[in-house]
Design a protein around this ligand. Structure first.
Ligand code: ATP
Ligand code: MG
Length: 443
């Protein structure tokens, strides 16, 4: 038994541990199906035909025979971004008998740096198939004894430096050492569809990520100060949405040229209410766009008290602007916490690039911290804000994330849309983001 054949490790595969999905009751299957679809979508780019097998509490990704270790490692790495998984293990799939398992475990340990430094180790077995001839603790002892005999590593059950995991499944046994932490959360697409108001700042991408992790599938709406600002904020929104696309496929980015509407607000005497009035008009426009796209919730990156537009009274005034619910996942978070999360998910660097945000246009010297809803409504009445929101929604342009020009999908008033070329950022004034948006098209 201690003779290790060269193929003792069997086939490389990836074993996934599910998060909250396992707590689901009757509709668990629905969550599992969505998760499987998301996994397959995430792996499309690899050109490898994967076999996704749902087992009790885990998913096994079986790879075609002959798949190299490097490809298997890359697939595991990619799956750490798929929401709904708590652990991703690059495992080996071996025949379902104690001898094969022991041989695989020995070979797995052989290549480890812990052997040379005589690190402590433990074997942890688990049987999902109780028909296996050895019980978990018997398997632990048997494999542990062999590793100890062969390499002289001391066993330590509490906090070992190296853990050999053995999981006995229905058709095979999985053997692996470390794992990569996953994103946790619920599979994207299991909680409906929303529209994120995406600025170029730090908060909104984190808000989007937080909602993705609760299963919401999202599209993005960005308001640019065009024609009074450059296109930089569009580039940032585009780069941010692209950065988030590793967590969710098929997201769409829409951009509203908002500068002229901001000017109209100012002309109608918004004064100290300019910022809150702008935010209300953004929400009204977003609501109209959401209806057209069949999205039933809006998401913003508001955090209570962060800036003057986000006092409790102002947030209440924002809620009054629309009927759709507004989700604010960052409402109780500190800026430092939000920044740490932005760094972890890879959006901070992009958000910190300089840009001309539309919100800084026409900002009054002293902004109102306790906006009265009646005053805001009066400004909006003078302006016919509802009609303006419809016009703004008519003028949205989609920026395709895959680099192809956006298809014109629905264009009731396409003729009113500004010339795409006016808004399309020119390649040479692009900030240092990794991809430039394709030319937009009216939607
Ligand atoms: P930061 O606070 O880091 O600048 P932010 O995204 O939170 O970024 P705020 O000015 O605090 O920006 O705006 C609060 C929220 O309003 C944003 O999280 C976003 O949801 C929405 N918002 C603000 N400006 C825009 C914009 N130009 N386009 C789309 N949404 C916006
Ligand atoms: Mg903010």
């Amino acid at each position: 038994m201690s003779v290790v054949p060269p193929s003792a490790l069997g086939e490389p595969c990836v074993l996934l541990k599910l998060g909250e999905v396992v707590l689901k009751g009757r509709n668990r299957e629905l969550f599992e199906r969505q998760l499987q679809a998301n996994i397959k979508a995430a792996l499309k780019g690899f050109g490898v035909k994967v076999d996704v097998r749902q087992r009790h509490g885990v998913i096994a990704i079986l790879l075609p025979e002959g798949t190299g270790v490097e490809t298997a490692d890359a697939i595991a790495e990619r799956l750490t971004d798929v929401i709904g998984l708590v652990w991703v293990h690059r495992a080996w799939r071996v025949a379902k008998n104690p001898e094969a398992v022991t041989a695989a475990a020995l070979e797995l340990v052989a290549g480890r740096p812990e052997v040379e430094r005589r690190a402590t180790f433990a074997v942890r077995s688990r049987r999902r198939d109780k028909r296996f001839p050895l019980r978990s603790n018997e398997l632990d002892r048997m494999v542990g004894g062999e590793i100890n005999d062969k390499y002289g590593l001391p066993v330590r059950l509490k906090n070992p430096e190296l853990t050999v995991n053995i999981e006995v499944d229905r058709d095979e046994v999985f053997v692996f050492t470390d794992g990569l932490p996953g994103q946790g959360g619920l599979p994207v697409g299991t909680s409906g569809r929303g529209l994120v108001l995406m600025s170029g700042g730090i908060d909104s991408p984190v808000a989007a990520y937080r909602m993705l992790r609760r299963g919401l599938q999202v599209d993005f709406l960005h308001f640019s100060g065009i024609p009074f600002t450059t296109s930089e904020s569009i580039y940032k929104a585009y780069a941010l949405v692209r950065a988030l696309s590793k967590f969710q496929g098929n997201a769409r980015l829409f951009v509203v040229p908002f500068g002229k509407a901001q000017q109209s607000l100012k002309a109608s005497g918004a004064d100290r209410l300019q910022v809150v009035a702008q935010r209300r008009l953004m929400l009204k426009t977003a609501e109209e766009v959401a209806h057209r796209l069949r999205r039933n919730v809006l998401v913003t990156g508001d955090s209570l008290g962060q800036v003057s537009s986000q006092t409790l009274q102002n947030i209440t005034a924002l809620d009054d602007a629309v009927e759709l619910p507004i989700l604010r996942p960052l409402i109780g978070m500190d800026k430092t916490e939000i920044m740490a999360e932005a760094r972890r998910i890879g959006t901070l660097q992009i958000s910190e690039l300089p840009d001309e945000d539309c919100c800084t246009l026409l900002t009054p010297r002293r902004a109102e911290t306790a906006a009265k809803i009646a005053d805001l409504r009066q400004i909006e009445k003078r302006l016919d804000a509802e009609e303006l929101a419809v016009q703004l929604a008519d003028s949205i342009q989609e920026y395709k994330l895959d680099g192809t020009p956006a298809a014109v999908r629905r264009s009731p008033k396409a003729a009113d849309a500004p010339n795409a070329a006016d808004a399309a950022p020119a390649a040479d004034d692009a900030p240092a983001v990794d991809a430039a948006p394709a030319a937009p098209a009216a939607v």
